[in-house]
Design a protein around this ligand. Structure first.
Ligand code: COA
Length: 164
């Protein structure tokens, strides 16, 4: 397996991230819409909203994964953050997801003092649920008919990792 490196996502990464979110499994597993606009990703990476931190994973120098950690600074939810992530279809199963999650959790626990990390995941997304459980996320509840996917309204789990 190649060496996985995690760093902050920069504006110039937008084309590689756009490519990740066009992959069939990324669209299946997230709430991204097919045919994402490159301009949308250029804009998103160039002007992230306050509190949003983009991490990217590289394997042998190729950008293969992205994780967005969205905190809520200046609010009564400043102890919380939500996250979303995807790894390029061709690079899954090679440790990028683990490396992104390890980095996000270190950042959340040790540098931002985030007590509650939360996310939603389609209930049939077994690889993602396994990854989240491995890192201490638990299912808190189920949203029924949460998102449209390939013509069907699909349930999601609300999952969170909470520091006592
Ligand atoms: C979920 C996802 C990010 C995992 O990334 P990855 O780089 O393939 O993950 P890794 O190779 O680092 O594996 C991390 C863990 O994920 C789980 N996992 C990965 N692939 C799996 C599979 N096919 N079946 C079951 N569990 C799997 C395992 O727990 C694994 O830990 P292990 O290596 O100790 O067994 C990736 O599958 C993905 O991008 N899917 C499409 C987009 C998506 O669904 N995003 C999540 C939205 S909520």
């Amino acid at each position: 397996m190649g060496e996985v490196v995690v760093r902050h996502g920069e504006p110039g990464d937008y084309a590689a991230i756009h490519e990740i979110y066009q992959q069939p499994k990324a669209i299946w597993g997230t709430l991204q819409t097919p045919f994402p606009s490159g301009e949308m990703w250029r804009e998103r990476m160039a002007h992230p909203p306050e509190g949003l931190k983009h991490l990217v994973a590289l394997i042998d120098g190729t950008l293969v994964g992205q994780l967005g950690l969205h905190a809520f600074p200046g609010s009564r939810r400043r102890h919380a953050a939500s996250l979303g992530m995807a790894v390029h279809d061709a690079w899954q199963g090679q440790g990028a997801g683990n490396a992104l999650m390890a980095a996000a959790i270190d950042l959340a626990d040790n540098w931002l003092r985030i007590v509650r990390l939360e996310l939603t995941v389609f209930t049939d997304n077994e690889p993602a649920i396994a990854l989240y459980r491995k890192w201490g996320f638990e299912i808190e509840g189920t949203h029924r008919k949460y998102g449209l996917r390939a013509g069907e309204l699909v349930d999601t789990h609300a999952m969170a990792r909470v520091q006592e």
